[in-house]
Design a protein around this ligand. Structure first.
Ligand code: UDP
Length: 258
């Protein structure tokens, strides 16, 4: 059965899908099973919003994504404040794990590419522990030489993978997917950033209570203060949303009334 149509909205001009975690999973499974095209999902968060604005290439990549997930809580808040639209947060990491959990029942073959060798091995081991019927058909760490990329894409195709999880960080993983996804013959690529590190336990994910309070970003920041420089974009994002809410939105309302 085909998933219900997913409405694509725009938050600060960037495509974001209004969906639930359940719909995202259904759609992901459907895309994975259709191997005529290599579809892909992107996770939209404040950091990526700025990256997209700075790169026409990345912007085009996001426009063509089969799924644009509301990954960051900032995007969810911005949608509520600026568009008056309540959307659910669907973190890319949660969708990736849900796909792994369903792979056994759906008969989906998974291939993991990215992260350091130990993290990649430990993440797959952890997933096997959590989901004993998971179908992993291969994995490679994220430090493959540039000259070996064609061979890697062929290896993924030969492994008969339906889903490729790419954990190279952003925008490296988006560039890789854009260039090589078609050659891998998978149905769905998921860019999963540092998810393999959190699964491996090398980087801790926020405890559930923090996740529920939408403070995962703060937890990451406190654990890895080196992220502070990157996280300054969160502040810029909040400032832009606040300014638009206070100044641009009321002005637009007034001119509409005239
Ligand atoms: N990484 C990789 N190959 C590279 C550079 C990075 O596999 O050439 C991996 C790195 O080991 C880490 C991930 O990419 O697992 C980067 O995660 P990060 O938290 O920076 O990504 P984000 O979630 O912020 O997109």
């Amino acid at each position: 059965m085909a998933t219900e149509a997913i409405e694509r909205t725009r938050v600060l001009g960037i495509p974001v899908d209004a969906l639930t975690k359940a719909t995202a999973l259904e759609r992901a499974v459907e895309l994975a099973k259709d191997r005529t095209t290599a579809s892909y999902a992107v996770a939209i968060n404040p950091e990526k919003t700025f990256a997209i604005r700075q790169s026409a290439e990345l912007a085009q990549f996001v426009e063509n994504a089969a799924l644009a997930l509301p990954d960051g809580i900032g995007v969810v808040w911005a949608s509520r404040l600026l568009n008056g639209r309540k959307i659910e947060r669907v973190p890319g990491a949660d969708l990736a794990e849900a796909v792994c959990a369903r792979s056994g029942v759906e008969g989906l073959n998974l291939f993991f590419y990215g992260a350091k060798e130990e993290a990649s091995a430990a993440a797959v081991e952890e997933l096997r522990r959590r989901y004993p019927d998971i179908r992993v058909v291969g994995r490679r760490n994220g430090y493959v030489e540039a000259g070996e990329m064609d061979a890697l894409a062929q290896e993924i195709a030969d492994a008969d993978a339906d889903v490729l999880l790419v954990a190279l960080g952003s925008p490296r993983q988006e560039r890789w997917i854009r260039e090589y996804a078609d050659r891998t013959k998978v149905g769905l690529c998921l860019g999963v950033g540092g998810t393999l590190d959190t699964l491996a336990g090398t980087v801790k994910r926020a405890p559930l209570a923090w996740q529920k309070l939408n403070l995962e970003w703060l937890y990451r920041l406190l654990r890895q203060p080196s992220r502070l420089w990157r996280c300054r974009r969160l502040l810029f994002y909040a400032a832009e949303v606040g300014a638009r809410f206070l100044f641009v939105k009321p002005f637009a309302r007034k001119t509409n009334k005239k």
